[in-house]
Design a binder for this molecule. Structure first.
Ligand code: PLP
Length: 413
């Protein structure tokens, strides 16, 4: 006889939603339907309270003062690093705390790529990258003579793995790939992609901004060289995030910014830099923010990322099913493996008009190019609307969104 399947603990999602104070508010006299979590996530009370408690009870600078508060602040900050590292299964001393993904990618661009690349080298990107994983490489290319190349996607919005493999020529030194697209929701098979790249001696940078909020992420198992993440999309405060890099890269990388914290000894004859990760954390960091991010990690782990992924898959299935019933609505991004991010357009309506009218119904969706101009060009549109969900959203909100969409569509027709 087969052993019974392990019981999946039932989660009371209505209870979970109560952890988010902001979700109780109204907008234009209507209950808020917050479908813009890919832009920034809402924060549970535990995160708000942890940040508040840091300032009320422990506030001091880190790694400087010997007094009690200094030790408490340092321990809280380093504790957050350890929590985040454990959450993504990496060593804490390989995790540089940053202001977010943008800083993390720029750190790789300036500290790792700039001294290494030159004419004849190529940086390979995909069509679905966020500007944060495009522009730093253009700046590096302009300064080194290296070339930026792009791999295209399928009309469904998935990566063409054959094309990607074919583009991995010997001159490619770095591949930058997004784990989950912020526009299409496509989940890229980053483990397979990094294996392909590694075989060819190509370093890999994965932009994990939109993966961390939705699913368990095991960075060690992905096998990349660099993994960038942002805190504010995963229930943490804004201005938080991290870069994970293999220790051998961090050891070899010169500092990006100079200042306090990143040195061991300074004289006018020369400076001895600190060891990584502190070598890359010049100046006073966002201490309270990262303490809040540590609490966000505890909060997400308390629910369980696998449970969050399952809940969101169920919400996404409901949302897409309902959206497909709306006349004239086109979903952009229909790859089979998708996170709860749905870009769409309604025939005859501009994305901004749609989002503005939806807002009057209490529904917050983002409209625009989503910091992904090349992707808009690929689909031949200037902008889309994007409904992006999190585990704290509800089936009732999906119904309210569809009702609002139907109403707005008629107004714009
Ligand atoms: N990469 C992706 C895929 C994103 O969605 C975002 C934010 O929208 C970023 C990078 C930039 O993150 P941050 O603004 O936190 O630096």
């Amino acid at each position: 006889m087969n052993a019974p399947a392990p019981a999946v603990p039932a989660i009371d999602w209505a209870r979970v939603r109560e952890d988010f104070p902001l979700l109780r508010r109204t907008v234009h006299g209507k209950p808020l339907v917050y479908f813009d979590s890919a832009n920034t996530g809402q924060k549970p009370a535990a995160v708000i309270e942890a940040t508040d408690a840091f300032y009320r009870e422990h506030n001091a600078n880190v790694s400087r003062a010997v007094h009690a508060l200094g030790s408490e602040a340092t321990e809280a900050y380093e504790g957050a690093r350890r929590k985040l590292a454990a959450h993504v299964n990496v060593r804490a001393d390989e995790l540089v705390l940053t202001s977010g993904t943008t800083f993390a990618i720029n750190l790789v661009a300036y500290s790792w790529a700039l001294p290494r690349l030159g004419p004849g080298d190529a940086i390979l990107l995909t069509r679905m990258e966020h500007h944060a994983n495009i522009v730093p490489w253009q700046l590096v290319a302009a300064r080194t003579g290296a070339e930026v190349r792009v791999v295209d996607i399928t009309p469904e919005g998935a990566l063409d793995l054959d094309a990607l493999q074919a583009a991995m020529t010997p001159d490619v030194k770095l591949l930058g790939v997004v784990h989950v697209s912020n526009v299409l929701g496509t989940v890229n098979p980053v483990r397979e992609i990094c294996r392909m790249a590694r075989k060819r001696g190509i370093a890999t940078l994965v932009d994990g901004s939109q993966a961390l909020p939705h699913m368990p992420v095991d960075v060690a198992a992905i096998g990349c060289d660099f993994y960038a993440l942002t805190g504010h999309k995963m229930c943490g405060p804004t201005g938080t995030g991290a870069l994970w890099a293999r220790r051998e890269h961090l050891e070899a990388m010169p500092p990006f910014l100079g200042g306090g914290e990143m040195i061991r000894e300074v004289s006018f004859e020369g400076t001895v830099f600190n060891d990584p990760p502190h070598r890359f954390e010049a100046g006073t960091p966002n201490i309270a923010g990262h303490v809040g991010l540590g609490t966000a990690v505890d909060y997400l782990d308390g629910i369980g990322m696998a449970a969050i992924a399952a809940r969101e898959a169920e919400l996404l299935a409901h949302l897409q099913e309902e959206m497909r019933r709306v006349d004239g609505l086109r979903i952009i991004g229909t790859a089979p493996d998708k996170a709860a991010v749905v870009s769409f357009l309604v025939e005859g309506a501009h994305a901004h008009d749609l989002a503005t009218l939806l807002d009057l119904e209490g529904v917050a969706v983002r409209s625009g190019h989503h910091c992904a101009h090349p992707l808009m060009d690929f689909f031949g549109v200037p902008a889309t609307c994007r409904a992006s969900l999190a585990f704290y959203n509800t089936h009732a909100e999906i119904e309210a969104f569809i009702a609002a969409l139907q109403k707005v569509r008629k107004l714009l027709a």
